[in-house]
Ligand binder design. Structure first.
Ligand SMILES: Nc1ncnc2c1ncn2[C@@H]1O[C@H](COP(=O)(O)OP(=O)(O)OP(=O)(O)O)[C@@H](O)[C@H]1O
Ligand SMILES: [Mg+2]
Length: 284
């Protein structure tokens, strides 16, 4: 198991030009756990992850790794500690899978030092756990959306960082590959103690896989805590402006959100009992 780094933000404000999107967020990411950020489209989730990964400067406040502002950490050292899979990564034209995944090893290569057997091992491991080893020689731009997404995840894994940020890693994946990727990240967390912070759109998968949930609305943190405490129909209304029933997921026991749309809804008497909440979300 690798050493665990701590990650938190302090009154973090960031955005684009003069526009503020992330509006004063204190995140205390539990080390060695899986944290999931949820929230409606455009509430600032990607902006938050990009600021944490130093791809976007903070307008004020701080991102702290082991108590040190990320601005003070040398680039390669930061890249060996924290990796980000962005929401819409762009591959260099014509690059083949193995070379793209190999780019994840750059932070580990010293100046003038060539590729090592250790780099080979990391790339092969990453390709095989994500199930894309047989695509190693294919051009990335010829792959299906789901294959490509697994290749990007492989690149993030090859970086072998203690902290892994993933912005919607299950996009483009069919249901079985979604579960496969989330199980893979849970394995990585269990075996290496990797701190995982990801944005997921599927609130039910978020509730199932998160140790800790952060809910954002309008660039602010509105709830934080274990899914069983945080995911309630009130929260779903507050965050997504959606009427829903929250029951216990019969597979995992975690909260399961059943949206009530305007159509195809049974009369109230025939719907299951709502889930009893086990506690109060801790507001941070
Ligand atoms: N590069 C940019 N320049 C200017 N505005 C941007 C830029 N990227 C995002 N925004 C704006 O910032 C706001 C938050 O965007 P962000 O991508 O953080 O949302 P999100 O919560 O990740 O949404 P989604 O769920 O759709 O991915 C949006 O209003 C968006 O239009
Ligand atoms: Mg986003």
């Amino acid at each position: 198991m690798t050493a665990l780094h701590s990650l938190r933000t302090e009154n973090l404000v960031s955005g684009y030009g003069r526009t503020t999107i992330v509006d004063g967020i204190d995140l205390d990411i539990p080390s060695g756990s899986i944290s999931v950020i949820v929230g409606a489209n455009a509430c600032g989730k990607s902006t938050l992850l990009k600021t944490i990964a130093r791809l976007l400067p903070a307008q004020s406040g701080a991102v702290l790794i082991d108590g040190k502002g990320i601005g003070q950490i040398p680039t390669k050292e930061l890249a060996r500690t924290l990796g980000l899979l962005p929401q819409q990564p762009v591959a260099p034209e014509g690059i083949v899978v193995a070379d793209l995944v190999g780019r994840g090893r750059h932070p580990h290569q010293k100046l003038f030092r060539a590729w090592t057997a250790e780099d080979d091992r990391a790339v092969t491991d990453a390709l095989s756990v994500t199930g894309v080893l047989d695509l190693a020689d294919r051009a990335v731009d010829e792959l299906s959306g789901g294959q490509r997404q697994r290749v990007w995840i492989a690149m993030a894994l090859a970086q072998e960082t203690d902290i892994l940020l993933l912005d919607e890693p299950t996009t483009f994946l069919d249901v079985s590959h979604q579960i496969e990727v989330l199980d893979l990240l849970a394995d990585l967390n269990a075996s290496r103690g990797t701190t995982i912070v990801m944005v997921l759109h599927d609130i039910n998968l978020a509730a199932r896989y998160a140790d800790h949930l952060f809910a954002l609305k309008g660039g602010r943190l509105v709830a934080s805590g274990p899914p069983a405490d945080v995911v309630t129909s009130e929260l779903v209304r507050q965050v997504f402006d959606l009427d829903s029933l929250v029951i216990a997921d019969p597979v995992s026991g975690t909260p399961l959100v059943l949206p009530r749309g305007r159509h195809r809804v049974l009369p109230p008497a025939t719907t299951p009992e709502p889930l009893e909440n086990t506690g109060e979300p801790d507001e941070r």
